[in-house]
Design a protein around this ligand. Structure first.
Ligand SMILES: C[S@@+](CC[C@H](N)C(=O)[O-])C[C@H]1O[C@@H](n2cnc3c(N)ncnc32)[C@H](O)[C@@H]1O
Length: 212
């Protein structure tokens, strides 16, 4: 029987660091049943493909081309996937702020984790009513929260490998200890999320696109 290897970079950066976040993507899939997802700044974080069949990964890191071109990566995804049918993976090395060879308004979920202001640069790729799942490490959740196109609909709580998604008490989030408003300029300049009294691991926003 063919032995399926764990892809080296995925092991090094995600498994060995106990940071696969598999349950997060499982719960997102169970709740929202996305059909077509985009993950700018993904690096080699392939865990979404275990639950969501159609994924687009984009990263500026040169290593991602050879990573995704390796048949062993697809084999590993096939081994771990929970859905019927073959995984659909579109992955390419690019700066997500540049013009990307993908259709606008094509995706029903976009992920933004630790990789800058994806909520802004890649907003055009989300469908109307599409979802942004975003953390605040670089301040992207703060920027999305202050952006009228996005509405906070849920918060992700993390307990190690376990994740909960809640829509309770959403008004309690994004409140600063000193009571002042989010300083957008400061967040954009420093690329760091401000400190809020009540925090989630990540936040889920729904986008409403006003026709131009
Ligand atoms: C800290 S890693 C996070 C990887 C993954 N999102 C995660 O949650 O573990 C940040 C990644 O974002 C990528 N990145 C940052 N800015 C980018 C940009 N403008 N275009 C494409 N990739 C970018 C980096 O190359 C890097 O691989």
């Amino acid at each position: 029987m063919q032995k399926i290897e764990i892809p080296k970079l995925y092991k090094q950066y995600f498994i060995d660091k106990s940071d696969e976040r598999k349950e997060l993507f499982k719960k997102i899939n169970d709740l929202y049943k996305p059909q077509n997802c985009i993950y700018p700044g993904s690096f080699v974080h392939i865990s979404p493909s275990f639950y969501i069949r159609k994924m687009t990964y984009i990263d500026a890191d040169k290593r991602i081309s050879s990573f995704f071109n390796n048949e062993a990566v697809l084999d590993y995804i096939k081994l771990n996937k929970i859905y019927d049918g073959p995984p659909s993976i579109n992955a390419f090395q690019a700066d997500y702020t540049s013009n990307l060879p993908i259709n606008e308004s094509a995706f029903d979920i976009m992920f933004s984790f630790y990789a800058g202001f994806i909520s802004q640069s890649c907003k055009k790729y989300l469908k109307d009513m599409g979802l942004l799942v975003c953390n605040n490490s670089h301040g992207d959740a703060s920027i999305a929260y202050t952006d009228q196109d996005y509405e906070l609909i849920a918060v992700v709580k993390r307990y190690g490998d376990k994740f909960n998604i809640t829509d309770k008490d959403l008004d309690d989030y994004f409140i600063k200890k000193d009571g002042t408003a989010i300083d957008i300029e400061k967040v954009l300049n420093e690329m760091r999320g401000e400190n809020f009294i009540k925090k989630g691991y990540a936040y889920i926003f729904k986008i409403t696109k006003i026709p131009e």
